[in-house]
Write a protein that binds this ligand. Structure first.
Ligand code: ATR
Length: 264
C-alpha cells in the first residue's frame, strides 16, 4: 500500500481524503494507494514528516499552518516553491524530500479563461494569496493586492510583484479573488472585506478560495450580479489533481475528484 496524507491543523474537515480516494477508486487503484488526514501540531511538523517514509508514505499535501515549514523540511524545492515561498505537495524518495506548489497551477486551471491582460484584485496576503498573485503575474495579468494588515500586502508586492491597494473599487476589476480565510468561520465578507453591497457586476470573474459546505455569501452576491464564479471546491480539485499527477504519474480523473470533494 502506498500511503499519502494531508498534514494540517485543523484537518478533520479536509475534503482531500475523499477527493483523492475517489480518484484511486475511479482508476481501480484503491487497493494500492490510500490517502488520509493527519492532524499535526506546528512544533511536531518536522518530526512527523521525517517519520512518514518509514510508515509507507510516498508523499503528502501540506496545508494551514505548515506551508512555509514544508519548504524548510525539503531537500529539493521547485522553482515555483522558491518564488512563492510556500509548498503544498511533498514527495518522499529514498533519502530525499522534494517540495512542489500546485496551488498556483491549480488556481489557473480552475479559471474559465486565461487571465492575460486582466486587471485582478487579490484579497489577502497569506500563502494562498501569494500563490494566486504569482500565478496571475506569470500569466501577465495586472495584480493589485488588498490585505487587512497592509504591511503584509506590501511585503507580498515586494517579494512577488503587483501593487498594494488600500481602498479598491471592486467594480473596476475583471477578476476578483478572495484568498483570505474570511467565510471559513462564517464571517460576513461584506463586513470584513472591502466589498459593498453592489460590489460585483456582469462580466467579472469572481473566485472564492474558501469552501465551507455550500455557496459562499460572496459568490452568491457575485452570481446575483451576473458575474462568472469559481468556488473553493474547484480550486481544491485542481490543486489536488496536479498533486495526484505528481505522485502517480497518471492523468487525474477530474470528475471523480469533484464528486469526491463535493461528497457526492
Ligand atoms: P493562508 O496561508 O491560507 O493564506 P494565512 O497566512 O493565515 O493563511 O492568511 C490568512 C489571510 O486571511 C490573511 O491575508 C489575513 O489577513 P491578515 O494578514 O490581516 O491577518 C486574512 N484574514 C483572516 N481573517 C480576516 C478577517 N476577519 N478580515 C480580513 N482578512 C482576514
Amino acid at each position: 500500500m502506498r500511503r499519502l496524507a494531508v498534514l494540517g491543523r485543523p484537518v478533520e474537515h479536509s475534503r482531500s481524503p475523499a477527493m483523492q480516494n475517489a480518484a484511486f477508486t475511479a482508476l481501480g487503484l484503491h487497493g494500492e494507494w490510500r490517502y488520509e488526514a493527519i492532524d499535526v501540531a506546528p512544533d511536531e511538523f518536522e518530526r512527523v514528516v521525517r517519520s512518514l517514509p518509514g510508515q509507507g508514505f510516498v508523499g503528502a499535501n501540506v496545508t494551514v499552518p505548515h506551508k512555509s515549514a514544508a519548504l524548510s523540511v525539503a531537500d529539493e524545492i521547485s522553482e515555483v516553491v522558491r518564488e512563492i515561498g510556500a509548498a503544498n505537495t511533498l514527495v518522499f524518495e529514498p533519502g530525499t524530500i522534494r517540495a512542489f506548489n500546485t496551488d498556483a497551477e491549480g488556481f489557473l486551471a480552475a479559471l474559465p479563461e486565461r487571465p492575460a491582460g486582466a486587471r485582478a484584485l487579490v484579497l489577502g496576503a497569506g500563502g494562498a494569496a501569494r500563490a494566486v498573485a504569482w500565478a496571475l503575474l506569470r500569466e501577465e495579468a495586472t495584480v493589485e493586492v488588498w490585505n487587512r494588515t497592509p504591511l503584509r500586502s506590501q511585503h507580498l508586492a515586494e517579494d512577488i510583484g503587483g501593487a498594494p491597494v488600500d481602498e479598491p473599487e471592486v467594480f473596476a476589476y475583471d477578476l476578483v479573488v478572495n484568498s483570505t480565510s474570511v467565510g471559513l468561520a462564517d464571517e460576513d465578507p461584506f463586513a470584513e472585506l472591502p466589498l459593498g453591497e453592489e460590489a460585483f457586476r456582469d462580466g467579472q470573474v469572481v473566485v472564492d478560495l474558501v469552501y465551507a459546505g455550500g455557496p459562499s455569501r460572496l459568490l452568491e452576491a457575485a452570481v446575483d450580479a451576473g458575474a462568472t464564479t469559481v468556488d473553493g471546491i474547484e480550486i481544491l480539485v485542481r490543486q489536488g489533481a496536479a498533486a495526484f499527477e505528481i505522485w502517480t504519474g497518471r492523468p487525474p480523473p477530474l470528475d471523480a475528484m469533484r464528486d469526491g470533494a463535493r461528497g457526492g
